[in-house]
Design a binder for this molecule. Structure first.
Ligand SMILES: O=C(O)CCC(=O)C(=O)O
Length: 277
């Protein structure tokens, strides 16, 4: 199994290719829904392959970067970051909050196929998408990385097995562009509940190598292509790492609950940087 040396929060750590059990083809999932009803909770995360076509993703990517023409240019057939934003994308008061309310973006995230997949993975016919959705863009211009955390500290459900996160790359995401990585089997580990702490204190660690060592685990890097979706459990520890390229990693993350009873009601409004969640 291939091993990669990566950097997160200015510290080196290693990540390994995610094993086969973490991947499923869309047709297989749709054909055998019962088989996949609890897979995200069992495996910690799963990649559903080939959900969106590349044109849909490219259109959304173009919509996004066209909003920031002084920071990005389209050259050699791809978007490149040419200038640092004042506020990092997806954080603070960044104008991404207007993109989140755009007709194109809302129709993308409210896509019926996506809802069907989430319903299968949650084993529920009443699955629903929370309105609060985050879009993030990172490139080698920024050293900001997502620190190791669990989503249950931020999205508080009455039952953590009844809600999941969907992470959708809107363009390339890999070991050079950056993406999410997962601490293997961490959905079964015990950590103290930090959901009532201040936002910055809810992280588990910024030292990924030390965390993996302490938990006798390792970081897994799933292979994701354009059109794939990553789903993870609210209990799975995940993080991101530094990009080595000016071509940005653009992604959105969504929360689905098995029904209204399992939603975090605070996630019923559009995201904005100061919403405190
Ligand atoms: O995209 C990122 O860097 C963080 C996303 C995340 O933590 C999540 O989707 O739960």
């Amino acid at each position: 199994m291939e091993e990669f040396s990566l950097i997160s929060s200015q510290k080196k750590f290693n990540a390994f290719e995610a094993p086969e059990k973490h991947y499923v083809n869309l047709n297989e999932l749709l054909s055998y829904p019962e088989k996949y009803a609890n897979k995200v909770n069992l495996n910690g995360f799963i990649v559903v392959k080939d959900v969106f076509n590349i044109e849909t993703i490219n259109k959304l990517r173009n919509n996004y970067y066209n909003l920031f023409s002084d920071e990005y240019e389209f050259k050699n057939n791809c978007w490149n970051q040419i200038k640092d934003p004042e506020d990092p994308h997806g954080y603070g008061n960044h104008p991404v909050k207007n993109f989140l309310k755009s007709k194109e973006f809302l129709s993308f995230v409210n896509n019926s196929q996506l809802k069907k997949i989430a319903s299968i993975l949650l084993g529920s016919k009443k699955a629903l998408l929370s309105k609060r959705i985050l879009v993030r863009s990172f490139s080698s211009c920024s050293t900001f990385t997502t620190k190791a955390h669990r989503d249950q500290e931020y999205y508080v459900s009455s039952d953590s097995s009844k809600a999941i996160t969907a992470w959708i790359p809107i363009g390339p995401a890999d070991k050079n562009h950056g993406q999410l990585i997962y601490l293997e089997n961490s959905q079964k580990f015990s950590f103290s509940d930090k959901s009532k702490k201040n936002k910055v204190d809810r992280i588990i660690s910024s030292d990924l190598s030390q965390l993996a060592f302490k938990k006798s685990s390792r970081w897994l890097i799933p292979e994701i292509n354009i059109g794939d979706i990553l789903f993870h459990s609210l209990l799975t520890v995940h993080a991101s790492f530094e990009s080595t390229l000016r071509v940005p990693r653009l992604s959105c993350d969504l929360r689905f609950a098995a029904s209204k009873n399992y939603e975090d009601p605070r996630w019923n409004s559009h995201w904005y940087g100061e919403d405190g969640l």
